[in-house]
Design a binder for this molecule. Structure first.
Ligand code: NAP
Length: 279
């Protein structure tokens, strides 16, 4: 019998704890959110992040740049935020409009304020297993595994997907936790064989119901990162949940799994950045 890993509940519990920790912190904690342009999905994400800040008591500073803002304007804004001691975390909502350079923007965020954990400096530190700010979705996945006391050490972990924001950092985290890690991608020749070897299988592909029951080992822990629409327009993951679940020891649902953890980990990272700023 499988067990669901309830990301919604874990996220709610973590936010309640964070609210108490933030209230006890010596000074007001600040998160700057920078949105350039009018991408509707980005607007929704930013709104949700600001709402989460309100919920846990973090002060949000929202900066809305017009779609035609120049790189110079974005640079100036980020340099000012980098120097502002009231701001503990900075995030630039991606994707930026095409004429703005996101790599350059990420480089202007000091590593200790990069609460999205997307910068090359933070990924490099993660790779070296040094203290860093870990990208929110991968960080949330590790918290979910931890919450169920799932053993990682010595296990075979397979990550399907190698994006800089999910696949690669989650693979590094699992490796740092002493799993034997395989990373699969679109050029992988023996995907099914690799997946069947997984004690822990993380799907971060972006294709509805891509991981089918014949790819999953009996008793595996399956983490579904995907956020897709099925043929009826219903939200679904990368895993064919209904057919896969019975083979699993643990599985994350979509919705209610990894999704709710992501913004919670952004709040957690901002709190962590504030705590570390005292040292
Ligand atoms: P992405 O940048 O599009 O990366 C997808 C990865 O899947 C790539 O590495 C790609 O390989 C690989 N892939 C594609 N087709 C494949 C195939 N046939 N076989 C094996 N691998 C294949 O996506 P992402 O940003 O990592 O996001 C992945 C999913 O997670 C999406 O559904 C996204 O919406 C969701 N997501 C959810 C959250 C959350 O909070 N829950 C956060 C972020 C993302 P190549 O590298 O070879 O192209």
């Amino acid at each position: 019998m499988y067990k669901l890993i309830d990301g919604k509940k874990l996220a709610a519990d973590m936010r309640a704890q964070l609210k108490a920790d933030v209230a006890e912190f010596k000074k007001e904690i600040g998160l700057a959110v920078v949105l350039a342009g009018d991408n509707p999905a980005s607007q929704v994400y930013v709104k949700n992040k600001i709402k989460a800040c309100e919920e846990v008591g973090i002060k949000s500073y929202a900066y809305y740049l017009p779609a035609e803002a120049t790189q110079g304007e974005l640079d100036e804004l980020l340099k000012g935020l980098a120097d502002n001691s009231d701001i503990h975390g900075i995030l630039v909502q991606l994707p930026l409009p095409a004429h703005l350079n996101s790599e350059r923007a990420l480089k202007l965020i000091p590593v200790e304020k990069d609460v999205d954990g997307f910068s090359a400096d933070n990924i490099g530190k993660l790779c070296m297993n040094e203290e860093c700010l870990v990208a929110c979705t991968p960080h949330g996945i590790m918290k979910m595994l931890e919450s169920e006391k799932i053993q990682i050490k010595g296990k075979n972990a397979v990550v399907v997907g190698r994006s800089n924001i999910v696949g690669k950092p989650v693979a590094l985290l699992l490796l740092n936790a002493d799993a034997t890690v395989t990373v699969c991608h679109s050029k992988t020749q023996n995907l099914k064989e690799c997946c069947l070897n997984a004690d822990i299988l993380v799907a971060a592909v972006g294709k509805a119901k891509f991981i089918t029951a014949d790819m999953v080992k009996e008793g595996a822990v399956v983490v579904d990162v995907g956020m897709n629409r099925d043929e009826n327009g219903k939200l679904c993951g990368d895993v064919d949940f209904e057919n896969v679940k019975e083979k699993c020891s643990y599985i994350t649902p979509v919705p209610g799994g990894v999704g709710p953890m992501t913004i919670t980990m952004l709040m957690y990272n901002t709190y962590l950045a504030a705590v570390r700023s005292l040292n």
